[in-house]
Design a binder for this molecule. Sequence first.
Ligand code: PXP
Length: 242
Amino acid sequence: MTRLLINIDHVATLRNARREAFPDPVAAAILCETAGADGIVFHLREDRRHIVDADVERLRALVQGKLDFEHSLDPGIVEICCRTRPHLATLVPERREEVTTEGGLDVKHHLGPIHDTVLQLHDAGIGEVALFVDPDLDQIAAVPDTGADAIELHTGEFANASTAEAQTHQAGLLADAARLAHQHGLAVHAGHGLDYRNYPAFARAVPHVAEVSIGFAIVARAVFCGLYEAVRDMVRLVRHPY
Ligand code: PXP
């Protein structure tokens, strides 16, 4: 069964918008777990625009399910991840000017630095390292050479598809990518832009998905119906997508 990990960065974005101590993303993480989430995801960005270092320490201490620390190849942040020792580290590209992560890693062209970072994370005792990649078969084929254990498929293009045909096309690319990753023995995770509407089509089309990472749709729904209910709704959908 696919596991649901919830990204709580947007709770921190709201807190930081007023430079307040609330809403607390760590309290949100605990509530997400109480409502049935299998784990929590956070992205420590180089500019600390949402999650900050103190959150990381508290998340490590208080999250009971799977903890996914998402970050770039920046040596300072990699060092923090090594010290934190989450269950999973997910490597993502990062540009300061982007609103959110805009695409997958170019694994083929950055094989050396990615390989060295994966090694450093494994040596620190982190059991699972994933690479965030677009559904591009050449990129997926390069992942085993990095030593990574998993991929996280970038579902942004699928989520942004504006017609049924475009959505079907994107789902097909994700399905092919998932099959290839599975053949290589990699675990398949997925995320970005998945929501209450598009999840069933995603789940129907894409095989081998062990884990999804969903944030914005859940926090946005929580504004209207509360975080507990928003999480419950997504837990139900991921467990019974059709
Ligand atoms: N996976 C990665 C690598 C991301 O950068 C994000 C966005 O922070 C997500 C998943 C979750 O995306 P969303 O907030 O759109 O659900």
